[in-house]
Ligand binder design. Structure first.
Ligand code: ARG
Length: 464
């Protein structure tokens, strides 16, 4: 059992905590990753303490040297961790004191672990978002480039997972582009919610020293200090935003992956996933499974779990810091890892996918995807009211289905029988590209409209 003097807070205690208390209290098993931001924030704090005369220049220099040594010990793997020292903050402070002596004990002047852990997680989340931002921008470019390569490729649009209408493959890919583009907007909003610095709030009401919060905020890249010290240590909204961002990102990832998993089946055959993103079966030699897409689809549940865990943790927590908040990092660090994998995994899928237009063309004609075009043709050329034209086209589908025909192979006599009048379709009417060209209006799959859409997307990416 740990000696009571192991604890940096041992003063008012007579006995050390029990083993299980120590086990429950520790966060070092998961908050080690904060070491770098913790040291950066400690340096900013110490520099500020020197500027207001709480530390001498010599003391600051010792602290700076000591913190750098601790950092390199951690980086080289030489550092030893112990549950008795609870968390990364105490580990660093305690090792600092071993390295530089009693001056190390002055670092925590005017600071609490409450503002310390808050500033650390702000910095850590901000860095994660900056890395995600670069990955997400890559993903947007990949969607855009694939779309540009497929401005003449025919694809099929579904509703209810039933064949609906032909679209350009580029149009389909751009639908995902815009979903992920909105994730970039939400990412920037999430970054905005991290603009205040909690440092200098101390335990909850502020420090008993003339701390210069503007100075530390500036050094650490924040716009300003939090306007309220109690809010600063109690707030986890930026983490809620982060988790919602990851969850919504994953809703988009998982919907794309679901499409790909379906399209990659033998039955559909619309896409072929390359070896780089598929895996084999240990028993069935013929298998090439879309595991990466399936795992990303599964992770959507995991990150939503982390969001719900934090929401549930925060509900009803009294002002200000409560130890429950230590748990936040379990969810945060996991979701950061998942977001990274999701974005990089998506990029890998896009780089290893082949689209098989011939399978799409086959299904389009089997699925009577041009029935709407027939109805609209009757409206335009024969002045038939749309509801009546819809009924004629519907009867044509019924007859074709009964006779094992397709709309394009119905004879003039068939149409005469169905409509009660003669219908001549112009040459090429039933080709999917002709149908796509008949679509009108901004945002439609009409090739010209898709071109305008792509130009808008180019501008979005350029400004991102
Ligand atoms: N490891 C703790 C956390 O992550 C640090 C804060 C401890 N503060 C306290 N008042 N016990 O939340």
């Amino acid at each position: 059992m740990a000696d009571k003097t192991d604890k940096l807070w041992h003063g008012r205690f007579e006995a050390p905590p029990s083993k299980i208390t120590e086990e429950i209290s520790e966060s070092i098993s998961f908050d080690q990753v904060l070491y770098k931001v913790d040291i950066r924030a400690s340096l900013a704090h110490a520099r500020m303490l020197q500027s207001i005369g709480v530390l001498t220049a010599a003391e600051f220099n010792d602290i700076e040297r000591g913190l750098k040594q601790v950092e390199s010990e951690i980086e080289s793997g030489k550092f030893t961790y112990s549950a008795a020292l609870e968390d990364i903050h105490m580990h660093i402070e305690s090792r600092l004191t071993e390295v530089i002596g009693d001056t190390g004990k002055k670092l925590h002047t005017g600071r609490s672990r409450n503002d310390q852990v808050a500033v650390d997680t702000h910095l850590y989340t901000r860095e994660a978002l900056q890395a995600h931002r670069a990955d997400l921008t890559e993903l947007l470019k990949a969607f855009l480039n694939l779309a540009k390569q497929n401005l003449k490729t025919v694809w099929v649009g579904y509703t209810h997972l039933q064949i609906a209408q032909p679209v350009l493959l580029g149009h389909y890919l751009m639908a995902y582009f815009w979903q992920f583009a909105r994730d970039l907007e939400l990412l920037d909003f999430t970054l905005q919610s991290l603009r205040f610095s909690p440092l200098g709030s101390a335990a909850l009401g502020g420090a008993n020293y003339a701390v210069d919060r503007q100075m530390t905020a500036k050094e650490l890249g924040f716009a300003a200090p939090y306007p309220n010290s109690m809010d600063a240590v109690a707030n986890r909204d930026y983490q809620l935003n982060y988790h919602f961002w990851v969850t919504r990102l994953y809703l988009h990832i998982s919907r794309f992956c679901e499409d790909i998993i379906i399209y990659n089946t033998t039955e559909f055959g619309y896409v072929t996933l390359g070896d780089a993103v598929t895996t084999g079966s240990s028993i069935m030699p013929q298998k090439k499974n879309p595991d990466i897409a399936e795992l990303l689809r599964g992770k959507a549940g995991r990150v939503n779990g982390n969001l719900q865990a934090l929401v549930t943790n925060l509900k009803g927590l009294p002002m200000t810091y409560n130890r429950d908040l230590q748990e936040d990092k379990v969810y945060l660090f996991d979701s950061i890892q998942q977001a990274r994998q999701g974005l990089k995994g998506m990029l890998e899928i896009l780089q290893n996918i082949r689209f098989n237009e011939s399978r799409v063309l086959e299904n389009l004609s089997r699925g009577f995807a041009l029935a709407t075009d027939v109805a609209d043709y009757l409206v335009r050329e024969r002045q038939v009211p749309f509801r009546d034209a819809h009924a004629v086209a519907g009867s044509a589908v019924k007859l074709a289905e009964e006779q094992g025909k397709r709309l394009e192979t119905l004879t003039a006599a068939d149409w005469q029988k169905i409509a009660g009048y003669k219908i001549d379709f112009p040459e090429g009417f039933f080709t999917p590209l002709a149908s796509i060209a008949r679509r009108q209006g901004e945002g439609s799959t009409n090739p010209q409209a898709v071109g305008e859409q792509i130009a808008a997307a180019d501008r979005f990416v350029l400004e991102a």
